[in-house]
Design a binder for this molecule. Structure first.
Ligand SMILES: [Zn+2]
Length: 319
């Protein structure tokens, strides 16, 4: 196991090995009187979270808040299981995510439909969270967790409607979940790609949310996947660049779509997106057998589904 990383003042990052991959998802630990954890990943990651907290010498009784940026399973799927270990904690979620954490039947059904036989290995169990252990935060709500630390919640749709980001006054950073994309710290240069998952992806809302985050003038961006960037304007520039490239590529592709099934289309579009990214990585001398391609292709397959879904909705509105 990798030791938790200290990434800022009273701030640590624990690798949660989602899908057994390194630097894929992580939990942030805010070391305050009211000990706060941001993101839990899926249930199979919880043993990694508990080990990481042990390494940080944190008693689970001390955990006060468990914040999930949104309810996608790679961020919040393990929250119910983890909460069982933390008798004094509450889970904080976006108002639109509350009912799904209380009753995860729909989340389970949705994940089973997509992941079929892999569901158990990837996500099981997804446990309901009792209503009296849940809290919601609206746009601009604040929570003070220590003498110098106030968290401000920012409603940030675009990746999902049940997504908020959290500004941290102590480090002047923002925990963005998947709002402004995915960071690949495995490379020796900075690559950030948008995360356009189905079925609430909205590119305009995503850019608006990015601007909202930047209005806090953050010095750091803390990603759901994975780690920290101290170059927020580079993050935003790359988001804009890749997002418009992804959306335009999808539009051009959809115009040529024939009788193929949705599944075939998403595979073909993912390959097109991969070529765009590979083109960029070729310029930086990244070999085609670099492990990063495993991460990127996983992400682009999900991106393709969301881009096609968004396109269908736009077409439905204009026809
Ligand atoms: Zn995610």
């Amino acid at each position: 196991m990798q030791e938790p990383l200290k990434i800022g003042k009273d701030l640590s990052l624990i690798d949660l090995y989602d899908l057994s991959l390194e630097k894929r998802t992580g939990s942030y630990v805010l070391h305050e009187e009211e000990l706060t954890i941001i993101e839990t990943s899926a249930s199979p990651s919880i043993p990694h979270l508990i080990k990481g907290l042990e390494a940080l010498k944190i008693d689970l009784n001390r955990v006060k808040y468990i914040i999930v940026t949104h309810i996608h399973l790679d961020h919040a799927g393990g929250a119910g299981l983890f909460l069982k270990e933390c008798p004094n904690a509450h889970v904080i979620v976006h108002p639109k995510g509350l009912r799904h954490l209380e009753n995860p039947a729909k989340l389970i059904q949705g994940a089973k439909a997509v992941y079929v036989s892999k569901f158990e290995t990837l996500f099981d169990p997804i446990l309901p969270i009792p209503n009296d252990r849940l809290m919601v935060m609206e746009d601009n709500d604040t929570l003070t967790i220590g003498p110098e630390r106030t968290l401000t919640f920012i409603d940030t749709p675009g990746h999902a409607k049940h997504h908020f980001s959290i500004h941290d006054s102590k480090t002047n950073g923002v925990f963005v979940g998947d709002t402004v994309g995915v960071y690949y710290p495995h490379l020796d240069f900075d690559l950030y790609l948008p995360s356009t998952s189905p079925n609430q992806f909205d590119p305009d809302a995503m850019l608006e949310s990015a601007n909202k985050i930047m209005s806090f003038h953050p010095e750091s961006i803390y990603f759901g996947h994975y780690g920290k960037s101290d170059q927020p304007s580079d993050v935003m520039n790359q988001l804009k660049y890749w997002l418009s490239l992804f959306v335009e590529t999808t539009k051009a592709y959809v115009e040529k779509i024939n009788e193929r099934s949705d599944e075939e289309n998403s595979v073909l579009l993912a390959e097109k997106l991969l070529l765009l990214v590979r083109n960029e990585l070729d310029k930086k001398g990244v070999p085609h057998n670099h492990a990063i391609y495993e991460y990127i292709f996983l992400d682009l397959q999900v991106c393709a589904l969301g881009l096609l879904d968004f396109n269908r909705k736009v077409a439905g509105k204009t026809s």
